[in-house]
Design a protein around this ligand. Structure first.
Ligand code: CA
Length: 260
């Protein structure tokens, strides 16, 4: 519980006071930062305490505008984002955060029917959980997603760069280029692409991609995969009919395209 003191101070201060700025600068670089955005303060506190126990430095925000500002300040690795919030709703917060961050975003929704809306929206969230949810499961899911380290560029090995036509993927460095120009993918989009690229001749079912990217314990609507594939294709100038980089395998799921 060594980090409790600092985390608690951050929670109270919302990152806006000088002492929190100091804490931000002196934090060990290995510590992952989580931003919990939830207007139900009790629930926010419970989620925060689970994430703290999992080793995250946690900051809280209780409305949408505060969430966007705090995300800019603390540059979190993950945001747990409630959909129903004062000032800006979670969808709008996610859209704004996506203009400056590729952090992992888990949306919390109060109603199961919101999931359909969420999945259909191009808001840029990585995952969602419906309320009531188990904070323990949320914490486990987030930890599993962030376990994959972002490798330092100094360790970059040319052999790790895979090319498919104009698309180059550096699996270790987590970088993607299209015609030599960097492509900004979210963490999940990258992980889906990397899973396909590492076994380019394999047709993955949605469930297999979920196992690779979200983890074997993930439970939910497997069409979440389609949403991320849709975003990924758009960013690399691909679409379902061409399947240059991500091919649809009818009745199964997806496989890597050849880039032709
Ligand atoms: Ca709420």
């Amino acid at each position: 519980m060594a980090s409790t003191g600092r985390a608690a101070a951050t929670m109270v201060g919302m990152g806006s006071h000088a002492s929190d700025q100091d804490a931000a600068h002196s934090r060990p670089t290995s510590e992952l930062r989580a931003l919990v955005v939830e207007d139900e303060r009790e629930l926010a506190g419970v989620v925060a305490s689970y994430l703290q126990r999992a080793g995250f430095e946690v900051t809280l925000a209780h409305d949408g505008l505060e969430a966007v500002n705090t995300a800019r300040e603390v540059d979190p690795d993950v945001i747990v984002l409630d959909l129903g919030l004062p000032s800006l709703d979670g969808v709008e917060v996610c859209r704004r955060v996506r203009t400056f961050s590729d952090c992992y975003v888990v949306m919390l929704t109060a109603r199961a029917d919101e999931v359909d809306t969420l999945i259909g929206l191009s808001v840029g969230a990585d995952d969602y959980m419906t309320k009531p949810f188990s904070p323990r499961e949320l914490s486990a899911r987030v930890t599993a997603m962030l376990r994959r380290p972002r490798a330092s560029r100094g360790l970059l090995d040319a052999a790790d760069v895979k090319s498919f036509g104009a698309l180059s993927i550096d699996i270790q460095g987590r970088d993607v280029w299209l015609d030599g120009e960097p492509v900004q993918l979210t963490r999940t989009e990258f992980d889906v692409l990397a899973a396909l690229a590492e076994r380019p001749r394999m047709a993955f079912s949605r469930r297999q991609l979920i196992d690779h990217v979200w983890g074997e314990t993930w439970v939910g609507d497997e069409h979440l995969v389609d949403v991320h594939v849709g975003h990924l294709r758009r960013k690399v100038g691909d679409d379902a009919t061409r399947g240059r980089y991500v091919r649809t395998v009818r009745g199964i799921g997806y496989r890597m395209g050849t880039g032709e």
